[in-house]
Write a protein that binds this ligand. Sequence first.
Ligand SMILES: Cc1cc2nc3c(=O)[nH]c(=O)nc-3n(C[C@H](O)[C@H](O)[C@H](O)COP(=O)(O)OP(=O)(O)OC[C@H]3O[C@@H](n4cnc5c(N)ncnc54)[C@H](O)[C@@H]3O)c2cc1C
Length: 463
Amino acid sequence: MEYNQVTPEVVAALQQIVGEKYVWTERDKRIPYGQDEGTGQPCLPDVVVLPATTEELAAVVRLANDVVIPLIPRGTGTGLEGGAVADSRGGIMVSTERMDRILEINEDAMYMTVEAGVITAVIQEEARKRGLLYAGDPCSGDCCCIGGNGATNAGGNRAVKYGTTRDQIYAIEVVTPTGKIAHLGKRLHKMTAGYPLEKIVIGSEGTLGIITKLTLRLVPLPPCTANLLAVFPAPAKALSLVTALPKAGITPTCLEFMDYDVIAVVQDWLKEKQPCPEGGAYMIIQLDGKNEDTLDEDCVTADELCRSLGAVEVFMADADKVWKARKAFTEASAAECPVAAMEDFVVPPDKLEDLLQSLKAIGAQTGVVFRGVSHAGDGNIHLDVLRRGFADEADEKAKITAFEDQACAAVYEMGGAISGEHGIGQSRKALFAKYTDPVALELMKALKKAWDPKCILNPGKLF
Ligand SMILES: Cc1cc2nc3c(=O)[nH]c(=O)nc-3n(C[C@H](O)[C@H](O)[C@H](O)COP(=O)(O)OP(=O)(O)OC[C@H]3O[C@@H](n4cnc5c(N)ncnc54)[C@H](O)[C@@H]3O)c2cc1C
């Protein structure tokens, strides 16, 4: 597809739509929009536009579609795969940051309608104040926004019990790539009336539409919560809990795995002694209960189960302490060594142990060192590949490429996918093309073409 450049006439037309104050062409203002939180190369959009309403945003999209200029939707830019970053073709970046109003909270029917730019933690807090829970919980919740969560189908620690962002959304308002305003999904508990288009837009990384409003499902806030820290002598024993716990009738809210390599790095970073033997592993188990009695019962069952699987210790953990250790992973591994690449593999939970073994073998064979933590309950593992042991940049690139290719092959072979929650963006396109069912890929491309004939919406992402 041939695209046109952003001309002074286009800038003037954008100013007409959203007002001069909200169209930024100055380089210093565009720089923060030139990258996300991933390891990809920065690239500036030609102009950043900040609409305040769906109508303004739709007018911007119609303009971009008429003049055939790439349009890059952006939430708060915490993505990790370059999805909210322009590519070398530049274009118009549309930020939803001014669309940050909570429109309705209905405590009785338990839903909330918000604009796309509302920060996720604000939604969680507004629900909490009313005794309700918004269950979406990406670790970046303090700084990402709900539109970005919808576009990436963000997961997080609680996905094992409550599902990903897609499961928290009843309905969305979307601006299509040709600038129409569509209302997809309804606040219903069942519906068999055509294709569930909202479910396709959610997770489409800004390639099929720009989400402007979302109606979110809320649930009662669980009255009691407990955090157990089970210490195992070896990763395999810890990971056997992933299938054993649900089989024992317990659905944890969170089930997080850390192996000794990560625990040691976190220990150094936090300067707090961790109770893990060398070569061992942690499983953090968070349980919710309707009351103290049922919660105690579940804690006893989980404790006994962990010990029967070989746990050397099971602590009733201090929530702040144990989650501080888990959440310190990113900073701790970056402090240990600069991170060259991040991985986000997902396999059926019962295959997690096999995957971990394979990844270790592939790492050793390709000369790649990584640190990994896992949302174990949903089979999702995050790796930080360390910039260590490479002779030079070419060596680093070759080894990481070999590692990623073999790792993705192993993941695919196990019935998994190359991304559990971070998405494909720009960084994972080649691997996505290689390790996706070819017919599924063909259908996805056909869908994109039907929705966005001029391919103006987030081109160069996914495909
Ligand atoms: C420290 C850290 C922890 C993280 N933890 C998690 C985690 O636990 N789980 C998880 O899933 N992710 C996690 N992430 C990744 C990231 O925070 C999520 O992907 C988040 O959903 C992105 O939201 P955002 O508002 O920053 O979106 P952006 O980064 O701005 O955009 C992400 C993608 O969505 C598109 N997009 C943004 N807004 C819209 C919209 N309104 N309509 C259509 N498309 C849009 C963009 O074009 C881009 O493709 C983490 C990131 C960091 C840095």
